[in-house]
Design a protein around this ligand. Structure first.
Ligand code: FE2
Ligand code: FE2
Length: 158
């Protein structure tokens, strides 16, 4: 049997800015994992986490919460899961910034990675299917392409 081709995710273009952020988020998560594996200084990894959190993740979460989740009822399972994962990530970042440690950093890497997979595979397809065209247009009008560019110089992951 021929190996099955993986279906590429066809993202509605009105959600592109968030999916674009997700690419950067996956790179971020991978760098944390590599840094720990290569025994980088946890304080140096912590500095990078603070940078990425302050300059990218806070804004990304706010966008998702303001423009996407606000369209779902509070008791919606996907909304509850998304918010719960945001707060789990927020708490983990907070703990790391107070006292960085390898286990916490690995945990953050997994949380961010899995959260992005969930949004790309479950939440976004659901929204594309269930929101009205008008709602999706409003999202498209509200989302701006992020001008954030990850230029962190200390490549502890190498
Ligand atoms: Fe999210
Ligand atoms: Fe996201």
């Amino acid at each position: 049997m021929e190996p099955q081709k993986k279906d590429p995710i066809r993202r509605d273009e009105r959600l592109y800015p968030l999916s674009h952020d997700h690419h950067g988020g996956l790179v971020f998560a991978l760098r944390l994992k590599k840094g720990v594996t290569k025994n980088a200084d946890v304080n140096e990894i912590g500095d990078y986490i603070r940078y990425f959190w302050d300059n990218e993740l806070v804004r990304h979460f706010q966008d998702e919460e303001a423009y996407l989740l606000s369209l779902l009822p509070d008791d919606h399972e996907l909304k509850k899961q998304t918010l719960q994962e945001h707060s789990q990530i927020r708490d983990t970042v907070d703990q790391i910034l107070r006292a960085p440690g390898k286990e916490k950093i690995m945990n953050l890497s997994t949380l961010v990675n899995d959260h992005i997979r969930f949004e790309e595979r479950v939440l976004f397809p659901y929204l594309e299917k269930n929101l009205s065209n008008k709602q999706l247009n409003d999202i498209g009008d509200s989302l701006m392409d992020s001008d954030f560019c990850d230029t962190w110089e200390n490549q502890f992951w190498k």
